[in-house]
Each structure stands twice: as structure tokens, then as C-alpha cells.
Design a protein around this ligand. Structure first.
Ligand code: MG
Length: 312
């Protein structure tokens, strides 16, 4: 990295610290076609934590035949002993929760949808039916002292339904928190959000009694808007931001291959704003370059490309 860059120039009113919820090993790899050996996944997660990421979503306990890339969750989790990070896992249902709890998992996420079309496509259920499925999962997890994150996908647009009304997102988000989720992650699954829409949704959620400190944002860079949307969320007071190392993972429902906001691009902006993340951008970039070699293609992250191609 070029010494002293990016220059840290704080913007008044922004949070002093942001928690990055790293989703590369789960959301990223889930959408990669190349099946990655479990040893590589374990090393990836160890390296992400060593780069300073304090939360790394590790895998998913869906039925192995649904997501072959993540069919090795039972093998992977014991290989993460000693990782100094929170290691949440995705669980779709009560069976997935049982598998996760048997391995000593302390933090889970459930994956809901703001729209009927995506609930049907992803879960083969209506929104109501999916919430009924999550209810005992969340209740059992909380009884076990396990923290629960609720993902809410298609918060800004849906490939079948188009624009998603803010009131509809608020209603489903409210119900996920009422089930007992500790945190709600607002997903722009097809990357169509723009900053004013982000601010309007966050404001509406606050108006419905959902406090900003329980909200996280999950942006996709399909239309190049992810960092602009992140800045809008920071200005609103959001302090938890999802990102994927190296920009791993497209979205199978978006037309473009560009998917998750790259963690390196996010850290570059936050470093420039003087916002503490605890992440060492050099170590993180080296990890993503290493992972790109394993996958056999370059990282789509602008920051990874710039930092890995620059002359010493
Ligand atoms: Mg994503």
C-alpha cells in the first residue's frame, strides 16, 4: 500500500467505529461455482479473523443437496477452533439449528424475504409460512443463549416484482424482530438501491419502532451504488455493515455477475473517513488475492485490484 493513503479525513456526525459483518465464506462462496475444499475454507476464515474482522459468517446448515458448496459445515466448524472472531452460521429451519447447536455454535442467522416472489423462489413458502418456520428456530436459539440475526432480502427491489414498497419491508422487518431476532440485516439483493431510498427505508423503520442500533445493511454493487448507499446508512447512524472479502459471490437473481460489496472497498472508504474497523487492509487484500488464486479468477474488488497491481 502507498504510505499514508487513504488520507484519513473524518466527516462530522459519522460513527467512530463500524462493525463489519464479513459474509465471504458463506454468502460469497455459496454463489461461487468452483467448489472449494474444506481446508481452504478453514484457512480463509482463519486469515479473515487474523486480518481483524471480528465477525465472520462461516457457513450454512441448509440441506447439503441444496447448496453443495456449503455441504461440509460439519467438517468445517471444528476446524475453526481458536479463531478469534464471532462465527455466525446460517440456519434455515429447526433441523439446521439442531446441527449447529450440536457443534457448539453461539450465533445464527435466518434468511427471510420482504417479497412473496423471493420467499417462494428461495424457500418455497409464502412470507407468512417462512416466518412460521423461523419462529421456533429463533425461540429455541434464544433459549440456548444463541444470538440471532434476521436477514431480510429484497428490501429495495425484486427481480419479479420490481420496486418493493417501503411499508411492506417495514412490516416484514418488524415481524422478524418481534420473533426475537437481535439484529435485522437489510439486504439489497439485486443491488438496485440508491442513497435516498436507503435513508427513507431506515427512517420508516425507526418510525415503526425499530431502532437503528439493531439494523445492519447488506448492499450489492450490481449498479455501482453499494458505497454510496453505505455512506447514506452511516449518516443515518448505522454501525453494522455487511461485506464480502474480495467481493466474492454474485447474486443468482441479478442479471450482472457483480454481487456483494467488497470488504476491501468498504475498508478503504472507512479508513479514509477515519472510522475504526479493526481491519488491516493489507492483510485482508493479501487474503483475497490468495482466495482469488484458489478460485482461478481475479477479485472483482476495485481496491484489491488497485492494491495488488500497484508498483512497490
Ligand atoms: Mg449478499
Amino acid at each position: 500500500m502507498i504510505e499514508g493513503l487513504p488520507m484519513a479525513v473524518p466527516e462530522p456526525g459519522l460513527p467512530a467505529r463500524v462493525r463489519i459483518h464479513e459474509v465471504g465464506p458463506r454468502d460469497g462462496l455459496q454463489n461461487e461455482k468452483t467448489v472449494v475444499p474444506v481446508e481452504v475454507k478453514a484457512e480463509f476464515i482463519h486469515r479473515l479473523a487474523a486480518a481483524g474482522l471480528g465477525t465472520v459468517e462461516a457457513t450454512s446448515f441448509v440441506r447439503p443437496e441444496w447448496v453443495p458448496q456449503l455441504a461440509d459445515a460439519e467438517q468445517l466448524v471444528p476446524m475453526l477452533d481458536g479463531v478469534a472472531a464471532r462465527l455466525p452460521v446460517l440456519v434455515p429451519n429447526a433441523r439446521g439449528l439442531d446441527r449447529a447447536l450440536a457443534l457448539g455454535i453461539r450465533e445464527i442467522a435466518v434468511f427471510g424475504s420482504a417479497t412473496e416472489s423471493f420467499a417462494k423462489a428461495n424457500l418455497n413458502r409464502t412470507v407468512d409460512e417462512s416466518l412460521e418456520m423461523f419462529a421456533p428456530v429463533v425461540a429455541t436459539a434464544r433459549e440456548a443463549g444463541v444470538r440471532v440475526r434476521g436477514y431480510l432480502s429484497m428490501c429495495f427491489g425484486d427481480p419479479w416484482e420490481g420496486a418493493v414498497p417501503i411499508g411492506q419491508v417495514v412490516r416484514v422487518g418488524r415481524r422478524l424482530l418481534d420473533l426475537g431476532c437481535d439484529e435485522l440485516s437489510l439486504g439489497d439483493t439485486i443491488g438496485v438501491a440508491t442513497p435516498g431510498h436507503v435513508t427513507a427505508l431506515l427512517t420508516a423503520l425507526n418510525g415503526a419502532g425499530l431502532p437503528t442500533d439493531r439494523l445492519a445493511v447488506h448492499f450489492h454493487d450490481t449498479y455501482g451504488q453499494a458505497l454510496a448507499n453505505t455512506l447514506a446508512a452511516l449518516r443515518h447512524g448505522v454501525t453494522t455493515v455487511d461485506a464480502s472479502a474480495g467481493g466474492l459471490g454474485g447474486c443468482p437473481y441479478a442479471r450482472s455477475a457483480t454481487g456483494n460489496l467488497a470488504t476491501e472497498d468498504l475498508v478503504w472508504m472507512l479508513d479514509g473517513l477515519g472510522i475504526d474497523t479493526g481491519v488491516d487492509l493489507g492483510l485482508l487484500t493479501a487474503t483475497s488475492v490468495w482466495m482469488a488464486d484458489r478460485l482461478g479468477r481475479p477479485s472483482p474488488s476495485r481496491t484489491v485490484r488497485a492494491l495488488s497491481h500497484q508498483e512497490p
